[in-house]
Design a protein around this ligand. Structure first.
Ligand SMILES: Cc1cc2nc3c(=O)[nH]c(=O)nc-3n(C[C@H](O)[C@H](O)[C@H](O)COP(=O)(O)OP(=O)(O)OC[C@H]3O[C@@H](n4cnc5c(N)ncnc54)[C@H](O)[C@@H]3O)c2cc1C
Length: 260
Protein backbone atom coordinates (compact mmCIF):
# COMPACT_ATOMS: atom_id res chain seq x y z
CA UNK A 1 0.00 0.00 0.00
CA UNK A 2 1.23 3.53 -0.66
CA UNK A 3 0.88 6.20 1.96
CA UNK A 4 0.60 9.73 0.60
CA UNK A 5 1.14 12.53 3.10
CA UNK A 6 0.35 15.50 0.86
CA UNK A 7 -1.14 15.92 -2.61
CA UNK A 8 -0.39 18.78 -5.01
CA UNK A 9 -1.87 19.68 -8.41
CA UNK A 10 0.39 22.28 -10.00
CA UNK A 11 -0.79 24.46 -12.88
CA UNK A 12 2.50 24.22 -14.77
CA UNK A 13 5.36 21.78 -15.32
CA UNK A 14 7.78 24.41 -13.94
CA UNK A 15 5.87 24.46 -10.65
CA UNK A 16 5.78 20.65 -10.56
CA UNK A 17 9.54 20.38 -11.13
CA UNK A 18 10.31 23.00 -8.50
CA UNK A 19 8.43 20.94 -5.87
CA UNK A 20 9.91 17.65 -7.10
CA UNK A 21 13.47 18.92 -6.67
CA UNK A 22 13.04 20.89 -3.46
CA UNK A 23 10.77 18.72 -1.32
CA UNK A 24 12.24 15.55 0.09
CA UNK A 25 10.09 12.51 -0.62
CA UNK A 26 8.18 14.30 -3.40
CA UNK A 27 7.21 12.15 -6.39
CA UNK A 28 5.34 12.61 -9.63
CA UNK A 29 2.18 10.54 -9.76
CA UNK A 30 0.66 9.35 -13.05
CA UNK A 31 -2.47 7.36 -12.31
CA UNK A 32 -0.79 5.65 -9.35
CA UNK A 33 -1.82 2.27 -10.82
CA UNK A 34 1.69 0.88 -10.70
CA UNK A 35 2.99 2.87 -7.71
CA UNK A 36 0.29 1.47 -5.47
CA UNK A 37 1.48 -2.10 -6.02
CA UNK A 38 4.51 -1.40 -3.84
CA UNK A 39 4.56 -0.49 -0.19
CA UNK A 40 6.01 3.01 0.15
CA UNK A 41 5.60 6.42 1.74
CA UNK A 42 5.35 9.53 -0.42
CA UNK A 43 5.68 12.92 1.25
CA UNK A 44 4.19 14.87 -1.62
CA UNK A 45 2.40 13.34 -4.62
CA UNK A 46 2.61 15.73 -7.57
CA UNK A 47 -0.27 15.16 -9.98
CA UNK A 48 0.31 16.56 -13.50
CA UNK A 49 -3.37 16.60 -14.54
CA UNK A 50 -3.63 20.41 -14.68
CA UNK A 51 -0.29 21.08 -16.39
CA UNK A 52 -1.55 20.85 -19.98
CA UNK A 53 0.30 17.60 -20.74
CA UNK A 54 -2.75 15.68 -21.93
CA UNK A 55 -2.70 15.65 -25.76
CA UNK A 56 -1.94 13.76 -28.95
CA UNK A 57 -1.09 16.05 -31.86
CA UNK A 58 0.52 15.92 -35.27
CA UNK A 59 2.99 18.72 -36.08
CA UNK A 60 4.72 18.51 -39.45
CA UNK A 61 6.28 15.03 -39.46
CA UNK A 62 6.13 14.52 -35.69
CA UNK A 63 3.48 12.93 -33.48
CA UNK A 64 3.56 14.51 -30.03
CA UNK A 65 2.03 12.81 -26.99
CA UNK A 66 1.88 14.62 -23.63
CA UNK A 67 3.34 12.92 -20.56
CA UNK A 68 0.07 13.00 -18.60
CA UNK A 69 -2.02 11.48 -21.43
CA UNK A 70 -3.75 8.22 -20.45
CA UNK A 71 -2.94 5.25 -22.70
CA UNK A 72 -6.66 4.91 -23.50
CA UNK A 73 -6.77 8.41 -25.01
CA UNK A 74 -3.76 7.60 -27.18
CA UNK A 75 -5.47 4.39 -28.27
CA UNK A 76 -8.65 6.29 -29.27
CA UNK A 77 -6.83 9.14 -31.01
CA UNK A 78 -7.69 9.59 -34.71
CA UNK A 79 -4.04 10.49 -35.35
CA UNK A 80 -2.77 7.21 -33.89
CA UNK A 81 -5.37 5.29 -35.92
CA UNK A 82 -3.97 6.75 -39.13
CA UNK A 83 -0.24 6.19 -38.59
CA UNK A 84 1.81 2.97 -38.88
CA UNK A 85 -1.25 1.20 -40.33
CA UNK A 86 -2.93 1.43 -36.91
CA UNK A 87 -0.39 -1.02 -35.45
CA UNK A 88 0.31 1.15 -32.40
CA UNK A 89 -3.31 0.67 -31.39
CA UNK A 90 -2.78 -3.08 -31.47
CA UNK A 91 0.18 -2.61 -29.08
CA UNK A 92 -1.84 -0.42 -26.70
CA UNK A 93 -4.76 -2.83 -26.75
CA UNK A 94 -2.46 -5.61 -25.62
CA UNK A 95 -1.89 -3.74 -22.35
CA UNK A 96 -4.16 -5.30 -19.73
CA UNK A 97 -7.69 -3.83 -19.65
CA UNK A 98 -9.65 -0.83 -20.95
CA UNK A 99 -10.04 0.29 -17.33
CA UNK A 100 -6.28 0.28 -16.73
CA UNK A 101 -5.54 2.02 -20.02
CA UNK A 102 -8.08 4.72 -19.19
CA UNK A 103 -5.97 5.78 -16.21
CA UNK A 104 -2.34 4.65 -16.79
CA UNK A 105 -0.34 7.50 -18.30
CA UNK A 106 2.42 7.82 -20.90
CA UNK A 107 4.80 9.32 -18.31
CA UNK A 108 4.12 6.54 -15.78
CA UNK A 109 4.73 3.98 -18.51
CA UNK A 110 7.95 5.31 -20.04
CA UNK A 111 9.76 7.12 -17.22
CA UNK A 112 10.18 4.13 -14.84
CA UNK A 113 11.61 1.98 -17.72
CA UNK A 114 9.54 -1.03 -16.68
CA UNK A 115 11.20 -4.20 -18.01
CA UNK A 116 7.92 -5.87 -19.00
CA UNK A 117 6.66 -2.80 -20.86
CA UNK A 118 5.06 -3.55 -24.21
CA UNK A 119 4.85 0.09 -25.26
CA UNK A 120 8.58 0.78 -24.79
CA UNK A 121 9.47 -2.21 -26.98
CA UNK A 122 7.17 -0.93 -29.73
CA UNK A 123 8.21 2.74 -29.51
CA UNK A 124 11.88 1.79 -29.82
CA UNK A 125 11.36 0.71 -33.43
CA UNK A 126 9.54 3.95 -34.31
CA UNK A 127 12.23 6.62 -33.97
CA UNK A 128 10.87 7.99 -30.72
CA UNK A 129 12.34 10.83 -28.69
CA UNK A 130 11.66 11.50 -25.03
CA UNK A 131 11.39 15.11 -23.84
CA UNK A 132 12.27 15.65 -20.19
CA UNK A 133 11.72 18.93 -18.40
CA UNK A 134 15.29 19.20 -17.08
CA UNK A 135 17.37 16.84 -19.25
CA UNK A 136 15.76 17.88 -22.54
CA UNK A 137 15.11 15.86 -25.70
CA UNK A 138 16.86 12.57 -26.44
CA UNK A 139 16.20 9.35 -28.38
CA UNK A 140 14.26 6.77 -26.37
CA UNK A 141 17.14 4.28 -26.71
CA UNK A 142 19.49 6.81 -25.08
CA UNK A 143 17.00 7.64 -22.30
CA UNK A 144 16.73 3.92 -21.47
CA UNK A 145 20.46 3.73 -20.74
CA UNK A 146 20.69 7.02 -18.78
CA UNK A 147 20.50 7.14 -15.00
CA UNK A 148 18.00 9.97 -14.59
CA UNK A 149 16.17 9.86 -11.25
CA UNK A 150 14.37 13.17 -10.73
CA UNK A 151 12.82 14.68 -13.82
CA UNK A 152 9.46 15.00 -15.53
CA UNK A 153 8.56 13.31 -18.79
CA UNK A 154 6.91 16.16 -20.67
CA UNK A 155 6.21 14.47 -23.99
CA UNK A 156 7.07 11.76 -26.48
CA UNK A 157 7.86 12.69 -30.06
CA UNK A 158 7.44 9.95 -32.65
CA UNK A 159 8.68 10.51 -36.20
CA UNK A 160 5.73 10.13 -38.54
CA UNK A 161 7.34 8.23 -41.37
CA UNK A 162 6.19 5.56 -43.72
CA UNK A 163 7.24 2.62 -41.54
CA UNK A 164 5.62 -0.79 -41.42
CA UNK A 165 5.68 -2.29 -37.97
CA UNK A 166 4.92 -5.51 -36.18
CA UNK A 167 4.61 -6.27 -32.46
CA UNK A 168 4.85 -9.80 -31.07
CA UNK A 169 4.66 -11.15 -27.54
CA UNK A 170 4.56 -14.36 -25.56
CA UNK A 171 2.39 -14.56 -22.44
CA UNK A 172 0.89 -17.27 -20.29
CA UNK A 173 -2.52 -15.60 -20.68
CA UNK A 174 -3.78 -12.34 -22.16
CA UNK A 175 -4.17 -10.69 -18.73
CA UNK A 176 -0.57 -11.18 -17.78
CA UNK A 177 2.75 -9.46 -18.40
CA UNK A 178 4.76 -10.47 -21.46
CA UNK A 179 7.34 -13.19 -20.86
CA UNK A 180 9.13 -11.75 -23.86
CA UNK A 181 8.13 -9.20 -26.48
CA UNK A 182 9.60 -7.96 -29.73
CA UNK A 183 8.91 -5.24 -32.27
CA UNK A 184 10.17 -4.84 -35.80
CA UNK A 185 9.80 -2.02 -38.31
CA UNK A 186 11.06 -1.17 -41.77
CA UNK A 187 10.95 2.03 -43.82
CA UNK A 188 10.84 2.48 -47.60
CA UNK A 189 14.64 2.36 -47.86
CA UNK A 190 14.65 -1.01 -46.10
CA UNK A 191 16.10 0.37 -42.88
CA UNK A 192 15.04 -2.14 -40.25
CA UNK A 193 14.67 -1.57 -36.52
CA UNK A 194 14.34 -4.54 -34.17
CA UNK A 195 13.80 -4.52 -30.41
CA UNK A 196 13.41 -7.23 -27.79
CA UNK A 197 12.01 -6.55 -24.33
CA UNK A 198 10.75 -8.21 -21.14
CA UNK A 199 13.95 -10.31 -21.13
CA UNK A 200 13.03 -9.50 -18.25
CA UNK A 201 15.16 -6.34 -18.57
CA UNK A 202 13.78 -3.36 -20.45
CA UNK A 203 13.75 -3.45 -24.26
CA UNK A 204 16.87 -2.85 -26.31
CA UNK A 205 17.55 -2.44 -30.02
CA UNK A 206 19.21 -5.37 -31.78
CA UNK A 207 21.73 -3.18 -33.59
CA UNK A 208 23.86 -6.00 -35.08
CA UNK A 209 20.84 -7.64 -36.69
CA UNK A 210 19.65 -4.22 -37.93
CA UNK A 211 23.06 -3.65 -39.54
CA UNK A 212 23.05 -7.16 -41.03
CA UNK A 213 19.73 -6.53 -42.77
CA UNK A 214 21.15 -3.50 -44.60
CA UNK A 215 23.01 -5.85 -46.98
CA UNK A 216 21.35 -9.21 -46.44
CA UNK A 217 17.89 -10.67 -46.92
CA UNK A 218 18.22 -13.77 -44.76
CA UNK A 219 15.49 -13.29 -42.17
CA UNK A 220 16.24 -16.54 -40.37
CA UNK A 221 19.85 -15.45 -39.82
CA UNK A 222 18.84 -11.91 -38.78
CA UNK A 223 16.42 -13.32 -36.20
CA UNK A 224 19.18 -15.53 -34.76
CA UNK A 225 21.59 -12.58 -34.65
CA UNK A 226 19.03 -10.38 -32.89
CA UNK A 227 18.34 -13.07 -30.27
CA UNK A 228 22.05 -13.73 -29.72
CA UNK A 229 23.03 -10.13 -29.10
CA UNK A 230 20.65 -9.82 -26.11
CA UNK A 231 21.14 -10.82 -22.48
CA UNK A 232 18.36 -12.79 -20.78
CA UNK A 233 17.43 -13.48 -17.18
CA UNK A 234 15.08 -15.70 -15.22
CA UNK A 235 12.16 -14.62 -13.04
CA UNK A 236 8.84 -15.99 -11.81
CA UNK A 237 7.42 -15.81 -15.36
CA UNK A 238 10.07 -17.77 -17.27
CA UNK A 239 13.64 -18.98 -17.32
CA UNK A 240 16.54 -17.35 -19.11
CA UNK A 241 16.83 -20.43 -21.37
CA UNK A 242 13.16 -20.28 -22.38
CA UNK A 243 13.38 -16.58 -23.22
CA UNK A 244 16.50 -17.16 -25.31
CA UNK A 245 14.80 -19.99 -27.16
CA UNK A 246 11.66 -18.05 -28.13
CA UNK A 247 13.39 -14.75 -28.98
CA UNK A 248 14.35 -15.67 -32.60
CA UNK A 249 10.83 -16.99 -33.19
CA UNK A 250 9.19 -13.67 -32.21
CA UNK A 251 11.69 -11.63 -34.24
CA UNK A 252 11.22 -13.84 -37.30
CA UNK A 253 7.43 -13.52 -37.10
CA UNK A 254 7.82 -9.75 -36.95
CA UNK A 255 10.22 -9.61 -39.89
CA UNK A 256 7.95 -11.82 -41.98
CA UNK A 257 5.00 -9.56 -41.24
CA UNK A 258 6.72 -6.31 -42.23
CA UNK A 259 8.25 -7.54 -45.48
CA UNK A 260 5.03 -9.06 -46.80
C1 LIG B 1 -2.40 -4.48 -13.09
C2 LIG B 1 -1.46 -3.87 -14.11
C3 LIG B 1 -1.24 -4.54 -15.30
C4 LIG B 1 -0.37 -4.02 -16.26
N1 LIG B 1 -0.16 -4.68 -17.44
C5 LIG B 1 0.68 -4.20 -18.35
C6 LIG B 1 0.93 -4.89 -19.58
O1 LIG B 1 0.38 -5.94 -19.87
N2 LIG B 1 1.82 -4.33 -20.44
C7 LIG B 1 2.46 -3.15 -20.18
O2 LIG B 1 3.26 -2.71 -21.00
N3 LIG B 1 2.22 -2.47 -19.04
C8 LIG B 1 1.37 -2.97 -18.13
N4 LIG B 1 1.15 -2.28 -16.96
C9 LIG B 1 1.84 -1.01 -16.74
C10 LIG B 1 0.91 0.17 -17.11
O3 LIG B 1 0.72 0.18 -18.50
C11 LIG B 1 1.55 1.51 -16.71
O4 LIG B 1 2.84 1.55 -17.27
C12 LIG B 1 1.67 1.67 -15.22
O5 LIG B 1 0.39 1.52 -14.64
C13 LIG B 1 2.25 3.02 -14.86
O6 LIG B 1 1.43 4.07 -15.26
P1 LIG B 1 0.79 5.06 -14.20
O7 LIG B 1 0.27 6.26 -14.91
O8 LIG B 1 -0.15 4.30 -13.34
O9 LIG B 1 2.10 5.49 -13.37
P2 LIG B 1 2.27 5.60 -11.79
O10 LIG B 1 2.06 4.28 -11.14
O11 LIG B 1 1.51 6.75 -11.28
O12 LIG B 1 3.82 5.99 -11.77
C14 LIG B 1 4.83 5.05 -12.10
C15 LIG B 1 6.18 5.76 -11.96
O13 LIG B 1 6.33 6.73 -12.98
C16 LIG B 1 6.62 8.01 -12.41
N5 LIG B 1 5.97 9.00 -13.28
C17 LIG B 1 4.66 9.04 -13.64
N6 LIG B 1 4.46 10.03 -14.53
C18 LIG B 1 5.66 10.62 -14.73
C19 LIG B 1 6.10 11.71 -15.55
N7 LIG B 1 5.28 12.37 -16.39
N8 LIG B 1 7.41 12.05 -15.49
C20 LIG B 1 8.27 11.39 -14.67
N9 LIG B 1 7.90 10.35 -13.89
C21 LIG B 1 6.62 9.97 -13.93
C22 LIG B 1 6.12 7.96 -11.00
O14 LIG B 1 6.84 8.84 -10.15
C23 LIG B 1 6.37 6.49 -10.64
O15 LIG B 1 7.70 6.32 -10.21
C24 LIG B 1 0.29 -2.79 -16.00
C25 LIG B 1 0.07 -2.11 -14.78
C26 LIG B 1 -0.80 -2.63 -13.84
C27 LIG B 1 -1.03 -1.89 -12.56
Amino acid sequence: MIEIKDYFRPKSVEEAYEKLINIEGAEIIGSGAFMRLASRKINLAIDLQDTGLNYVKLEKDEIKIGGATPLGEVERSEIIKEVFEGKLIHVLQSIWSVQLRNIATIGGTIFPKLGFSDLITALLVLNTDVVLFNNGRMPLEVFLTEKIRKDILVELIIKNENRKMSFQYMRNSFYDFSILNSAVSVDEERNFRISIGARPAVAKLATKAMEYLKNNNDIEEASKLAAEEMEYGSNIKASKEYRKMIAPVLVKRGLEEVIQ
